[in-house]
Design a protein around this ligand. Sequence first.
Ligand SMILES: CC(C)CCOP(=O)(O)OP(=O)(O)O
Ligand SMILES: [Mg+2]
Ligand SMILES: [Mg+2]
Ligand SMILES: [Mg+2]
Length: 145
Amino acid sequence: MEKEAGAVPRVGVCVFLVKGKAVLLGRRLSSIGHSTFALPGGHLEFGESFEECGSRELKEETGLDIAQVELLTVTNNLFLEEPKPSHYVTVFMRAVLKDPQQVPQNLEPHKCDGWDWYDWDNLPKPLFWPLEKMVQDGFDPFPIG
Ligand SMILES: CC(C)CCOP(=O)(O)OP(=O)(O)O
Ligand SMILES: [Mg+2]
Ligand SMILES: [Mg+2]
Ligand SMILES: [Mg+2]
């Protein structure tokens, strides 16, 4: 496979922020997955734990404070059709709101069209394709019980 000089796999951390049977999603305004609905999250930065990255990205993107941040799964995602081919190892975490009353804000309107809660059984379309694949594979992000 041809790769751009200097192209290396990067790590993304996304968070299933769960509230009942709903998750927080936002429509991406980005070179990767433009106009698709995706979980909040972003690039793992040097020295961060997965939990620290998830909490930081949620705060940066939505203003929300999260708790009980735990590792759910990891996927290996090649974005070859995008304007700039890229390769991400995507770490998926689950978390809950520290304060259930806290409301998400769209703090990066140049990167996201807005955040909203969506029932897992009635997800918006189109989903960001790594998430779409997990849904099609029957992935369940909710705690058991
Ligand atoms: C593409 C994705 C799997 C990883 C990067 O996520 P992102 O574009 O939301 O990154 P940032 O929030 O860090 O800008
Ligand atoms: Mg971000
Ligand atoms: Mg992001
Ligand atoms: Mg980031």
